[in-house]
Ligand binder design. Sequence first.
Ligand code: APR
Length: 260
Amino acid sequence: MHDRSAIATALAARIAAAHRVLVLSGAGMSAESGIATFRGGDHGLWARFDPQALATPEAWRADAPLVWGWYRWRMAGVRDAQPHAGHRAIAAMASRAEIAVVTQNVDDLHERAGSVDVVHLHGELFALRCDRCDMRAGEPPPRVDAAATERETPPACVCGGRVRPGVVWFGESLPEAAWRRAVAHAGSSDVVLVVGTSGLVQPAASLPGLARRAGAFVVEINPQPGFRADEVDLHWRDTAAHALPELAAALDAQLAEASG
Ligand code: APR
């Protein structure tokens, strides 16, 4: 069953009958907004930059201006990006079904598309905070046309610490409250849409299996599936910006028909 509309119709029927739906998203959810994924071939972020040199506490201690400059480049990219029809479809479906979003992404595209119940497992790019006292900090004025590896001294905090991005670096723990909410959603959802993740990074990658064991119908939306066939109920080999609007339209049609 690889016909987009047939898949959308069958899945919409499940969502229409569901009490709770969960969207688990990864970098592929933002790809069609022009934000590079991490492992997407030679244009992926980790193909072009070394995560150990940029996304670890050790890298921050060794060369904070390089790390800060790179995240400022990523922030500018997100500020220039727009949510796509897939982000908007998730927000639209949430007015028809109870839909929660748990994302590995640190961008704010789900929120800018209108999603309100968004759990960020790996933190948030714009949640700037001091690396010593944790005080929240405002975003500095955008840099124009700065190169990804152009160093920039991170702002100083009044306590003498330095302002860092609010993301979870490799080797750091996930925010406890976010993880608890993600597990609660996974354990209580009837349908789970796993969108745009390679399923390589734990513990986020364990959530679809947890949901499935708790009885959820798990669908992966990804051109190149990241999960094994025995880990999901359905692979929808499509992109986020194509599949999700089709799903939202099918859900609308079924709810309109049901209401006569
Ligand atoms: N629509 C849906 N899926 C897509 C699209 C698209 N348009 N484009 C790419 N994909 C899929 C790819 O096939 C791949 O499976 O998105 C996935 C992206 O995988 P990764 O780049 O590994 O991103 P992700 O799974 O989110 O990485 C998890 O790793 O580097 C860390 O903290 C970082 O949160 C990130 C985590």
